[in-house]
Design a protein around this ligand. Structure first.
Ligand code: ADP
Length: 314
């Protein structure tokens, strides 16, 4: 089994004190590893086999911290690039009065969006079973060209999953709806929350949105609904067969939902690539997503397979 995940691995700066519910005038930030594709890669590594991660870090302290994190999580460094000139990308987390988080991203001109076309060769690509791509790269050059080049060169035998992770504020230079429309014909499995799909014109319930997505290229749509779980639809082209599934979320005792969607994606890839049915994969992914909400930070609570299995047995 050989999997490749592509996209940003960045530092999330959290206001200190968030753990105790204190916020507002926090004077210090603490660093945590993040970036949606990196979370998916670490999620997969914890569930089973570590995938390759094609990402780019600065040659700075944050880059060292992330490289060390990836090493500890057994993610190979084959495609972990270090940029001698540009800094590592950052996400700054803000908390509102209810403790809900929002992210401001520092990505333009950073190493994180500096992926260049051609780094992953055709032979390496042909050896991959599953390719997962995050959407933030598509909002910034040169990473946008690199990811489209990869999507267009990927052989049909490779299953391609894609999570657009839409943050409207990121899309200054490029049209998000057009970009999604260009990407979807090269995507097999789209994973997204309904909010991420709405700005691209996929409006309505999870059921109607999923049906519209599978009419536009992917054979499978997984639409996440936060605490309410997720909905899935697949056409007859899917290796797991045509069908649909709807699973409510699990109540895991939420502490921080950051990264829940990435955990869900890792769970879905692990299950579907391992031969699970659409319905079983959705249930497994929901459990991984729910478990990931039980500690602060995107990566801290990403579960191991045994934890998910015992959680599902309870
Ligand atoms: P994102 O994190 O990308 O915004 P969602 O909020 O839809 O996406 O969450 C993704 C998945 O994580 C959900 O489908 C669900 O399986 C799980 N999840 C998210 N929030 C919760 C929660 N509060 N309780 C239980 N599961 C959750």
């Amino acid at each position: 089994m050989s999997r490749l995940v592509v996209g940003e691995c960045i530092v999330d700066l959290h206001p200190e004190g968030a753990e105790s519910g204190a916020h507002g005038d926090a004077g210090t930030y603490i660093r945590r590893p993040g970036g949606a594709p990196a979370n998916v890669a670490v999620g997969l590594a914890r569930l089973g086999e570590a995938p390759d991660l094609w990402t780019r870090l600065g040659r700075d302290g944050f880059g060292d911290f992330l490289a060390e994190t990836l090493r500890e999580e057994r993610v190979p460094d084959t495609y972990v690039e270090r940029d001698p000139d540009a800094p590592t990308g950052l996400a700054v987390v803000a908390l509102d009065a209810d403790g809900d988080r929002s992210f401001s991203l520092y990505l333009d001109g950073t190493a994180s969006t500096g992926l260049e076309p051609g780094r992953v060769g055709d032979d390496a690509l042909a050896a991959v079973d599953w390719l997962h791509v995050g959407g933030v790269e598509l909002a910034h050059e040169p990473a946008r060209s690199a990811v489209f080049d990869l999507l267009e060169r990927t052989p049909d035998a490779v299953t391609v999953s894609f999570d657009p992770n839409a943050r409207p504020s990121l899309w200054r230079e490029f049209d998000y709806a057009d970009t999604l429309a260009r990407a979807l014909p090269n995507v097999d499995v789209l994973v997204a929350s309904a909010e991420d799909l709405d700005p691209a014109g996929y409006e309505g319930t999870a059921e109607t949105v999923a049906s519209a997505v599978v009419a536009d290229g992917p054979h499978t749509a997984l639409v996440t609904r936060g605490a309410a779980g997720a909905y899935a639809r697949a056409t007859a082209d899917a290796p797991w067969g045509a069908g649909h599934a709807d699973h409510p979320g699990f109540d895991a005792g939420v502490i921080d939902t950051t990264g829940a969607g990435d955990a869900f994606t890792a769970g879905a890839i692990e299950a579907l690539d391992g031969g699970a049915s659409l319905s079983d994969a959705l249930r497994f992914a929901n459990a991984v997503g729910a478990r990931a909400t039980t500690a602060q930070g995107a990566m801290a609570a990403l579960p191991r397979c045994e934890e998910v299995d015992s959680f599902l047995d309870d």
